[in-house]
Design a protein around this ligand. Structure first.
Ligand code: TRH
Length: 379
């Protein structure tokens, strides 16, 4: 690949508010734009340590480094300059540095400024995607780009080969995954589940339901916010434990690429926020989503809008079970009584989840849509 200096550069600005989603999404977009569209990309991130959790091969202390061809820059240690940029992406409305904006306004051809927003399945996204939002005082055009679930939105990020890699993850690959964590492949009768959620999820209630179930479950829990609740439930600090028909394994926090394998290796995935939520949909497996809680209740509207789309082609009983369980789970309400219906919906749900992933893939991919968006604006 040519160096950033010889090519038009896309600057992506990422502020880590909390958790992993900001870094996770920004890294994906940066990497897709470089690897699949041949663009020179600089990712300005204010907390590289967060990205390091997802990419353990990176150096969290380096002021700048190349990561798979993307220049990752610690924004807290450098002052960005827009001189070589053709496009600037302000991720999740994080705000651009004042000096950068002023310098942009002084350029004969300022870079195209795109505000990449959060993902939502709400219908208003269709009409807001691509809207102009000029800077209030400087002569700088700015555009809103919304990811989403319809062809009228910016779509969802996905590597070109993701679904084929998923489909090639066969019995042997799955066995390899379990073996890497010191496990043998569970018997076909065992329901395998992964759990990634916020600390307020009703974890103890879920564990009770699984322990009491007449069929066995293996629950895999990567390191994170729910681990204290799991340990409290079992009254142990051990990484491997069981009660009734439930066996639990605590895993380390996985590199982002391995996390995909976890989603492919299990029958049901509990996911949260934005990026794990999207990856679970690409996994084509049943999933229970816990949206990121927002003070104004926006997460509730996002959940309802998504569930309507997600369950539209499910048979009504399965759809009702999935919707009721997800609503309770994401609100931190009791789920124990709802579990049997969710488990019973599994066959129909699994078929539907695979179809859902194909349907989303037909809508257009986000990095390609970003490139097309820019091409149309910079004519
Ligand atoms: O960490 P999150 O809760 O991030 C959230 C949301 O993005 C939310 O919208 C945003 O406002 C807030 O951050 C600031 O959940 P999310 O989006 O799923 O990001 C988790 C990332 O971590 C995702 O890229 C998958 C990755 N991951 C791993 O790489 N390994 C793991 O073991 C696990 C559990 C996750």
């Amino acid at each position: 690949m040519a160096s950033a200096a010889s090519k038009p550069v896309w600057d992506i600005f990422c502020k880590v508010v909390d958790n992993f989603g900001d870094a996770g999404v920004c890294w994906r977009v940066a990497s897709l734009l470089h690897l699949e569209h041949g663009l020179a990309v600089r990712l300005w991130i204010d907390r590289p340590q967060t990205l390091r959790a997802l990419r353990p091969d990176m150096d969290a202390d380096a002021p700048r480094q190349q990561l798979e061809g993307v220049e990752v820059i610690d924004w807290s240690k450098s002052s960005p300059d827009p001189a070589s940029a053709t496009v600037v992406i302000e991720a999740f409305g994080c705000g651009l540095p004042d000096g950068y904006v002023t310098a942009m306004a002084g350029l004969p051809r300022p870079p195209l400024w795109i505000v990449l927003d959060y993902l939502s399945a709400e219908s208003w996204v269709d009409s807001h995607h691509g809207l102009a939002s000029p800077h209030p005082s400087l002569a700088l055009p700015r555009w809103y780009f919304y990811p989403g679930f319809t062809a009228a939105t910016g779509g969802l990020p996905r590597e070109r080969d993701l679904l084929s890699r998923r489909d090639a993850f066969d019995v042997r690959a799955r066995a390899g995954f379990f073996s890497d964590f010191g496990m043998t492949v569970p018997d076909a009768a065992v329901l395998t589940v992964s759990l990634f959620a916020y600390a307020d999820a009703p974890v103890a209630d879920l564990l009770s339901a699984l322990a009491e179930d007449s069929s066995p479950t293996l629950l895999l829990v990567p390191a994170g916010a729910v681990v204290p609740a799991v340990k409290a439930f079992f009254e142990t600090t051990a990484d491997q434990t069981s009660r009734g028909n439930l066996e639990v394994r605590l895993l380390p926090f996985l590199p982002q690429s391995r996390y995909d394998e976890l989603l492919w290796a299990t029958d049901l995935n509990f996911v949260r926020g934005e990026d794990s939520f999207v990856r679970a949909q690409w996994a084509g497996k049943p999933m229970v989503w816990q949206p990121y809680r927002q003070d104004d209740g926006a997460h509730q509207r996002k959940l309802e809008a998504f569930m309507q789309r997600y369950t539209a082609d499910l048979d009504p009983a399965a759809g009702a079970a999935v919707t009721a369980f997800t609503a309770a789970w994401s609100a931190g309400a009791p789920v124990r009584a709802l579990w049997p219906a969710l488990r019973a919906a599994r066959g129909e749900w699994a078929r539907n989840a695979l179809g859902w992933s194909r349907k989303l893939a037909d809508l257009g991919e986000m990095s390609a849509k970003l490139v097309e968006f820019v091409r149309n604006k910079v004519k």
